[in-house]
Write a protein that binds this ligand. Structure first.
Ligand SMILES: *Cc1c(COP(=O)(O)O)cnc(C)c1O
Length: 385
């Protein structure tokens, strides 16, 4: 049994629930990514929305990666934490004038534009400032990511992205606009993608589109394939680092870059999910008629993924070595969906035991809410405890 990775003794006096980040694992992951991209024209923009904790962001920025932002405040946070403006991409279907202004004022690398009206607004706001905005068109490749429907984003009927049919009209807008410059195509087909063949489909589609642009006499220096690489939520101890090697090799093999073209990635989950755990305490062990419940002090307000997308997180008791028993692990919130796991095998547990909900470093802390007037969970880091 692997209990070793958590300093359970040191956790005893910390108020629960809290987020715990294994900074060595984060650095190991960042090293793998940097080594895989090092000798290729590949650039990684970390997706801030996965985890915007300043300690985590500063670590990632220190490796020289860029940032992928989906709000004006994310741009400001990224800048505060050391990301360079010329490595910031800004995506999102509903960028407000204020947010576009933040991007323009900092002269960020690129706006990933998702609609015709957005493109027109961007041009006029850039004109007011006498700037030229660099644009990558977020094109809907109609590729199925084979992932949960709430995190699939690349299908035609999705709210994200521009449909291929609109491209000729968009090129016309660029011809008539003085303050926007087309530099690339952008895609993002979904999240937690473990079937890498979806990315192969994306490469095929990107190549087709690339040829279409070339036929129009346009050479795009930037191809941005978004994020989406999945992690192994089932086995966090055995597979703590996502398969970046296969992932990057796939793009190298299936997407032939043209001269001076760079390939951009916006990885979020795969960078930070494994290094985070939500640590919670058993408040009550409740014996039901047919099953036993572990009622813990963390709830869906602290980690909403199970309630929101029926997501699986490995759960373990880090205080007990006793025999395994099945439990339903549930939170205290007044919602029936406030369940972390059904019929999970955990060491026999008692009131006061510490429970680790694993792989919670992505879309965990950033999605915390204060429903039921709850306090936000604190965060602790393996470097400082
Ligand atoms: C969320 C998002 C990402 C990151 O996705 P992951 O699945 O966490 O890698 C990248 N690009 C865009 C545009 C996004 O919205």
């Amino acid at each position: 049994m692997i209990k070793g990775i958590f300093p359970t003794e040191k956790f005893q006096h910390i108020e629960t629930p809290f987020y715990w980040y294994d900074m060595d694992l984060l650095r190991e992951t960042l090293n793998v990514i940097r080594n895989e991209c090092g000798n290729k024209p590949f650039h990684v923009h970390y997706a801030i929305k996965a985890n915007a904790n300043p300690v985590i962001l500063k670590e990632i920025a220190s490796y020289g990666f860029g940032a992928d932002c989906v709000s004006g405040n994310e741009i400001l946070r990224a800048l505060e934490c050391g990301f360079k403006p010329d490595k910031i991409a800004f995506a999102g279907v509903g960028k407000t004038d204020k947010e576009i202004g933040i991007g323009l004022d900092h002269d960020i690398f690129c706006f990933n534009v998702e609609s015709i009206p957005e493109l027109e607004v961007l041009n006029s706001l850039a004109k007011e400032r006498n700037r030229k905005a660099r644009v990558a068109l977020r094109i809907n490749p109609n590729v199925d990511a084979h992932t949960h429907k709430y995190i699939t984003t690349g299908l035609n009927e999705n709210k994200f992205g521009i449909n291929e049919q609109d491209l000729p009209a968009i090129l016309q807008i660029f011809r008539n606009s003085t303050h926007i410059e087309l530099i690339g195509m952008h895609f993002h087909i979904g999240s937690q993608i473990t079937d890498l063949s979806s990315f192969e489909d994306l490469c095929v589609k990107a190549t087709e589109l690339q040829e279409w642009f070339n036929q129009q006499g346009i050479m795009l220096p930037v191809i941005n394939v978004g994020g989406g690489l999945g992690i192994n939520y089932q086995h966090p101890n055995h597979c703590p680092i996502a398969d970046f090697e296969s992932y990057f090799r796939l793009f190298e093999k299936y997407l032939k870059l043209q001269d001076n073209q760079t390939l951009h990635f916006e990885l979020g989950r795969s960078v930070v999910a494994p290094c985070g755990s939500l640590i919670t305490r058993v408040v009550y062990v409740k014996e039901g008629l047919e099953k036993n419940f572990l009622i813990v002090d963390a709830g869906m307000t602290d980690l909403i993924r199970p309630a929101l997308y029926q997501a699986f997180h490995h759960i373990e008791n880090i205080s007990s070595d006793l025999n395994y028993q099945p439990y339903d692990v549930v939170g205290p919130i007044c919602e029936s969906s406030d369940v972390f796991g059904h019929e999970r095998l955990l060491n026999t547990s008692k009131r006061g035991d510490l429970i680790a909900i694993r792989s919670a470093g992505a879309y965990g802390e950033t999605m915390v809410s204060q429903y039921n007037c709850r306090e936000k969970p604190a965060s602790y880091f393996s470097d400082h405890i």
